[in-house]
Ligand binder design. Structure first.
Ligand code: ATP
Ligand code: MG
Length: 390
C-alpha cells in the first residue's frame, strides 16, 4: 500500500492538510496534531497501530516531497522525446534537486532543460558557490550514463582527452584511447568537464570541434588531420568555470569556446539562504553561531562587491560550511575563523590590511554574544573611512 503523507498549510486560522494529489485530509486529523506539525515544519504520515487504529505521525518534509515526486518516474527516463513528456520532466524536476544543494528553482530548471535539450552547459560563478555540486547533482537527477573529467587538474590534456601512444615489443606502437573518447561515444552520456576555466589552452583547442554544434567530432591526431571520432547522439557536456572579476589566476577563457555554451550562472547565497544551508547541514549546532557564520560570510561578500569595499573577494559558501563543521566539532567561532577564514585575507598593509578588517568583523560576533545589531554595516563603513583618512 502506498504511504499517505500530508503537508499542512495555514489558511486564515485553519491548518489544512493536503496530500500530494491535492486531496484535503483536514477533517481526519485533529487540530492540535496539524498545528504542531505545521509549527515544526514537518509533514504527517498516516500510520496504523497494532490494534488497527490509525494515527498521524510527524515525519520530515522530505517524506512529503518524495510522495509528490514527479508525475512520471525519473528511473524510466533516458531522454524524453515527446514534447509533453519533456515539459513535464523539466517542470517537475525541482523535486529531483537534492535538498543539500541550494539553488533557485528557475536556475535548476534551466539547467535541467539544457541537459534534456542536449545543450553544452557552462556553470559559472565564484569559487565555492556550488558549481561542481550543481553539475554533479544534475548528473544524479538525470539517470543517464555519466563521465567526470577534472580539466583543472590535468597536466597533459592530450592524454586526458585523446589518449596515449604506447610501445610494446610484440605489437609495436599502438594507441590507447582515453576515457573521454569512450564518453563521447556513449549515447546520451552526460560529460562533466570540471574546472574548464583552469584547463590548459590545448584542452580548449581540442574541445573546440567537439563542442561545436556543426562539427561535434574529436580529432584524434591533430597533426595529420585524419582520424576523427563523432560525438554520439544525445551527449550533453556540462562544464564549470570560475569566471568573475576577482579571479585573475583563472586563465581568461577563449571567447569562441565560451560561445559554444549556454551559461548557467550560479547565484551566491544571501545570508538567509546561507543560514538555511548551514542549519540543514548542522541542525545540532547553536543557531546563533550558525547565524554569525552566515552573516560574517555575507558581509564579506557585500563588501567585496561594493566598489570601495575592503575585501577583494568574500568568504565562500565552501568556507562557511567548513566553519560550521569546525564549530560542530567543538571549535569556537573565533578559532574557526582563525584557521579557515583569516588565511584567505591578505595581511600586508598592517592596520589597513584585509586581515585586520576581517578580524574586526569576526570579533563583533565573538565578544558580544548574540545581539542582532552587533554587526552594523554603517559602523563598518565608518571604520574603514576613518582608516582611510587617518
Ligand atoms: N549553492 C550551494 N548549495 C549547497 N552547498 C553549497 C553551495 N555552494 C557551496 N556549497 C558547499 O561548498 C562546497 C563546495 O562547493 P563546490 O565544490 O560545488 O564549489 P565550486 O563552485 O565548484 O567551487 P570551485 O570554483 O572552487 O570549483 C560544497 O561541497 C558545499 O558543501
Ligand atoms: Mg568546482
Amino acid at each position: 500500500m502506498n504511504k499517505l503523507v500530508v503537508k499542512i498549510e495555514m489558511s486564515g486560522n485553519r491548518f489544512n492538510a493536503w496530500d500530494s494529489e491535492g486531496i484535503k485530509h483536514t477533517s481526519e486529523i485533529n487540530n492540535s496534531t496539524r498545528k504542531s506539525a505545521f509549527k515544526a515544519g514537518m509533514a504527517l504520515e498516516k500510520r496504523e497501530g497494532k490494534t488497527g487504529k490509525t494515527y498521524w505521525w510527524k515525519v520530515p518534509m522530505s517524506e512529503f516531497e518524495k510522495s509528490s515526486a514527479p508525475v512520471f518516474n525519473a528511473e524510466e527516463l533516458a531522454v524524453p522525446e515527446d514534447h509533453a513528456e519533456i515539459l513535464n520532466f523539466i517542470h517537475s524536476s525541482y523535486s529531483l534537486k537534492p535538498e543539500l544543494l541550494v539553488m533557485k528553482e528557475l536556475k535548476w530548471k534551466y539547467l535541467v532543460r539544457g541537459a534534456v535539450r542536449g545543450k553544452n552547459i557552462l556553470m559559472t560563478g565564484p569559487a565555492g558557490c556550488g558549481k561542481t555540486l550543481a553539475a554533479k547533482s544534475l548528473v544524479g537527477a538525470m539517470n543517464r550514463p555519466d563521465f567526470y573529467f577534472n580539466l583543472g587538474a590535468t597536466q597533459d590534456p592530450r592524454a586526458t582527452l585523446i589518449g596515449n601512444v604506447h610501445f610494446d615489443k610484440k605489437d609495436g606502437t599502438y594507441f590507447s584511447e582515453s576515457l573521454f573518447v569512450k564518453a563521447i561515444q556513449t549515447e546520451n552520456a552526460v560529460v562533466l568537464l570540471d574546472e574548464l576555466s583552469r584547463a590548459h589552452p590545448d584542452a580548449w583547442n581540442i574541445l573546440m570541434t567537439v563542442l561545436d554544434e556543426g562539427q561535434r567530432y574529436l580529432r584524434l591526431d591533430e597533426a595529420d588531420g585524419q582520424a576523427t571520432i563523432k560525438v554520439a547522439k544525445g551527449v550533453t557536456f556540462v562544464a564549470t568555470a570560475n569566471i568573475g572579476n576577482e579571479y585573475t589566476s583563472t586563465r581568461v577563457m577563449d571567447k569562441a569556446l565560451m560561445d559554444r555554451f549556454i551559461i548557467v550562472e550560479m547565484d551566491v547565497l544571501n545570508d538567509e539562504e546561507e543560514l538555511g544551508l548551514l542549519t540543514y547541514l548542522y541542525p545540532n549546532v547553536d543557531p546563533e553561531l550558525l547565524k554569525a557564520v552566515a552573516e560574517i560570510a555575507n558581509s564579506t561578500r557585500v563588501e567585496a562587491s561594493s566598489e570601495d569595499g575592503k575585501f577583494a573577494s568574500g568568504v565562500s559558501t565552501r568556507t562557511s560550511v567548513e566553519m560550521a563543521g569546525l564549530i560542530f566539532d567543538g571549535f569556537g567561532l573565533d578559532e574557526a575563523a582563525e584557521v579557515c577564514v583569516y588565511p584567505q585575507f591578505d595581511s600586508s598593509g598592517g592596520a589597513d590590511s584585509e586581515r585586520t578588517f576581517i578580524k574586526q568583523l569576526v570579533q563583533k560576533y565573538v565578544s558580544d554574544g548574540t545581539d542582532e545589531n552587533l554587526f552594523n554595516e554603517e559602523e563598518v563603513g565608518e571604520e574603514s573611512e576613518a582608516e582611510y583618512t587617518s
